[in-house]
Design a protein around this ligand. Structure first.
Ligand code: PAF
Length: 287
């Protein structure tokens, strides 16, 4: 089989010429925005894009605007050679690797005010985060106006923020969520998992265990959010995970906290395993 040729681009001009060519070829364009340090979760987005789109673009850009001042921007993993290798046989047409100056040149000063769904949970603990995410995603959608953009459900609130932004600002793109990809023991794949020591890695599985327990209790008839929250916190504490930003249940669409699970809901956890902050979630489907 001939090797797939992937174009690597880093400028706005190249991105636009890629889109122009795809449009001329009447190809359906899929966009997979990432910050690199690719793992199976990212690759599942690329495969989903490949299944439904004739032309697939992957962006790799560690977006400074979504990191708080005390967060891990400088040590965020940058593994470009491995990333290019991981994408090699997936039939990607364009890898967009812009520099910081390309996307945030001197004088840049316009940001997206994210929708209300950004306010709770991550919004409380990472106040500027979704402003940065919404801004970069809108910029990428303007540079590479795709038909469909793919996002992982592990960042559930991010997905809801982007979906609402696209709706509110009439951005002509379909936003598709793809399921969380997990390690065999249940830990959700994340670029930040590589920060974990072997002991932390073992304990980190408590996040997915806690969510699985919440789901089990809900499926068995429990409908009180605080009961499920208590079960989740107990499992985290047993694994010596004590710095818990949240382990709660919310309305799956608005992300507002609910007392009773009487509508589509999501259980969400953000907690520190050692110094690494991990997030995970599971949908609790209510009738
Ligand atoms: O989910 C991510 O990797 C990032 O938040 C995104 C959507 C690529 C924006 O930088």
């Amino acid at each position: 089989m001939p090797e797939e040729i992937t174009k690597i681009a880093s400028t706005e001009r190249e991105a636009r010429s890629f889109i122009r060519a795809a449009r001329e070829g009447r190809k359906r364009i899929g966009l997979v925005p990432t910050m690199g340090a690719l793992h199976e979760g990212h690759l599942s987005l690329v495969r989903a894009a490949r299944r439904t789109c004739e032309s697939v673009a992957v962006t790799i850009f560690v977006n400074p605007a979504q990191f708080g001042q005390t967060e891990d921007l400088s040590k965020y993993p940058r593994t470009i050679d491995e990333d290019l290798e991981a994408l090699r046989d997936l039939g990607v047409d364009l890898i967009f690797l812009p520099s910081q100056d390309e996307l945030y040149p001197n004088g840049f000063s316009t940001y997206v005010l994210p929708p209300a769904v950004a306010d709770p949970f991550e919004g409380q603990f990472r106040p500027e985060h979704f402003r940065g995410v919404a801004t970069i995603v809108l910029k990428l959608l303007n540079l590479l106006p795709a038909d469909v953009a793919f996002f992982g459900q592990k960042d559930f609130q991010q997905f809801q923020v982007i979906r609402q932004m696209v709706k509110d600002l009439n951005v002509p793109v379909e936003i598709q969520a793809c399921p969380i990809v997990r390690e065999p023991d249940g830990l959700a794949m994340s670029s930040r998992n590589r920060y974990l020591t072997p002991d932390e890695r073992e304990r980190a599985v408590a996040l997915s265990d806690a969510l699985a327990e919440a789901k089990r209790c809900f499926d068995d008839g429990a409908t009180s959010s605080s009961t499920l929250a208590e079960y989740m916190s107990e499992i985290l504490r047993k694994a010596k995970i004590t710095k818990i930003d949240y382990a709660e249940v919310a309305d799956a669409n608005t992300l507002q906290r609910i007392d009773q699970i009487d509508r589509p809901a999501v259980a969400l956890i953000a907690a520190y395993v050692g110094r690494t902050r991990l997030i995970d979630n599971t949908l609790l489907a209510a009738e």
